[in-house]
Design a protein around this ligand. Structure first.
Ligand code: PLP
Length: 450
């Protein structure tokens, strides 16, 4: 006798303390849905296996499902990967001070599209336009939801049905399936590739120009580079030799500006060359909100602003507010919104070592100091590597088992496996997070199976 009626009613299950504790974090509605699904599943299982009701088995199944849902919930994690701008980990964290200032704007009504001088309809760019100009330079600017959108808008506005020349070495795919040729095709532009993967010359570009050419597009090579026999054109020379009516557009990618990363061609250096337009992400090296920033000639920016697609790609008020605040603090050098990447690469190696030692001293034979490199990530070349110290976990547990244990810690700690060992990079931890990781390691290394 299977006694299916012995399964407690849903209401009763929902109120069990170990299940009820999920109500606030997942909502009672979703917890109820999970419980119902698991009960149905269990019922079917009993019918098929002819077993009798075991309440503990059912409860475990429900708790596993609740824990799974708790894990896919968006939540803070600790980035110990040594990759500062990590696409899987929300790219750049925003400065806390900014978030509070922006809260006052986004939790109230604001003048997002109201001109306070005359009471008429205003422009979303408001002051931001001037702030972007003061920070980056360039005649005019506009922002959209992300850099992929920026590139799409530029191509759609200026190259629909026309040819866009791109070097074969720059037809990249960026993590998450962003492929330059796909964006180009979707915008209605026609890709005209020139050169070879490793060599493209100015003459290659010039010879590809025909009556239907609209744009020469330079794309930052982002997450890869070609070593050895390779040659990219001197963009300054290319710009000088391009016919007047051909637009030069640069997808700079990372938003690296001024000297943040010396090995990367920065926004200001590209601007000196004088492209018609340059676009980049707001949430990579720049350290701002997700956005695509476009700078360039006034008439071109105006055309972008008037394109119907702009209405589709415009960001929300949070984005305008955060970007404006961050850049004003940067212009003031008041330390409230410093570029996190720049701050890290300017830290002396003694700072890196001291942080790693704080972790290693917990159990020096199990947590080994490792002189290594950290990376900027998020579409900067792998060449941008900097000295740091990490911790290698020397354990009997497999690296996979360890990395999972850390990931299941509350809050989750994300490390990396290198040479079959789990590595934790203190460089990307805040002081607070360093203490959390320390506590976690004290417990972990004291376990008998470590
Ligand atoms: C990252 C990147 C993009 C895409 O930017 P999103 O802000 O993620 O849309 C486009 N081009 C280059 C060169 C990039 O590095």
């Amino acid at each position: 006798m299977r006694q299916l009626s012995q399964i407690p009613p849903i209401e009763k299950l929902l109120n069990l303390p170990e299940i009820a504790s999920y109500h606030t974090i997942l909502s009672r509605t979703i917890v109820a849905e999970i419980v119902k699904n698991q009960v149905n599943h269990y019922r079917n299982e009993l019918v098929q296996t002819h077993q009798s009701v075991d309440f503990e088995v059912l409860l475990q199944q429900i708790l596993v499902s609740l824990a799974y849902h708790n894990q896919i919930r968006i939540q803070p994690i600790i980035n110990a990967t040594g990759i500062v701008v990590h696409t899987n980990l929300g790219r750049s964290p925003l400065p806390k001070a900014i978030w509070q200032e922006v809260g006052d704007i986004v939790c109230n009504y604001s003048n997002l599209e109201l001109n306070l001088l005359n009471g008429k309809r205003g422009n979303r760019m408001g002051m931001l336009s001037q702030v972007l100009k003061a920070y980056f330079g360039g005649e005019a600017n506009i922002i959209v939801n992300n850099n992929a959108a920026a590139l799409h808008l530029i191509l759609k506005t200026f190259a629909q049905g026309k040819e866009v020349i791109v070097s074969r070495g720059e037809q990249i795919q960026i993590g998450g399936g962003f492929r330059i040729p796909d964006i180009l095709a979707d915008s209605g532009a026609i890709l005209r590739d020139v050169g070879t993967t490793n060599i493209t010359t100015i003459d290659d570009y010039l010879e590809a120009i025909n009556d239907n050419t609209a744009i020469v597009l330079i794309v930052h090579q982002s997450n890869y580079y070609i070593e050895g026999f390779s040659q990219q054109v001197d963009i300054k020379q290319l710009a000088a030799r391009l016919p007047e009516h051909i637009m030069l557009v640069v997808d700079q990618g990372s938003g690296n500006h001024l000297s943040a990363i010396p090995s990367e061609l920065s926004v200001n250096n590209y601007l000196k060359i004088g492209p018609d337009l340059i676009c980049f992400s707001g949430d990579k090296i720049l350290g701002g909100p997700q956005s695509g920033i476009i700078l360039g000639q006034k008439d071109k920016i105006e055309k972008l602003a008037k394109h119907p697609m702009m209405r589709v790609l415009r960001p929300g008020k949070e984005t305008y507010a955060i970007l404006e605040k961050i850049l004003i603090h940067r212009l003031n050098h008041d330390g409230k919104a410093d570029n996190p990447v720049e701050s890290l690469i300017n830290q002396p190696i003694a700072w890196h070592l001291a942080r790693a030692k704080q972790l290693a001293e917990i159990a020096p034979d199990k947590l080994l100091l490792n002189a290594t490199k950290f990376m900027i990530g998020g579409g900067s070349t792998p060449r941008a590597q900097f000295d740091t110290w990490a911790i290698s976990l020397n354990s009997r547990l497999s690296a996979n088992a360890l990395i999972e244990r850390l990931r299941k810690h509350n809050p989750p700690i994300i490390g990396v496996i290198q040479n079959d060992q789990v590595q934790l990079y203190p460089v990307t931890l805040s002081d607070e997070e360093l203490l959390i990781v320390k506590d976690c390691l004290i417990t972990l290394t004291a376990e008998t199976d470590f």
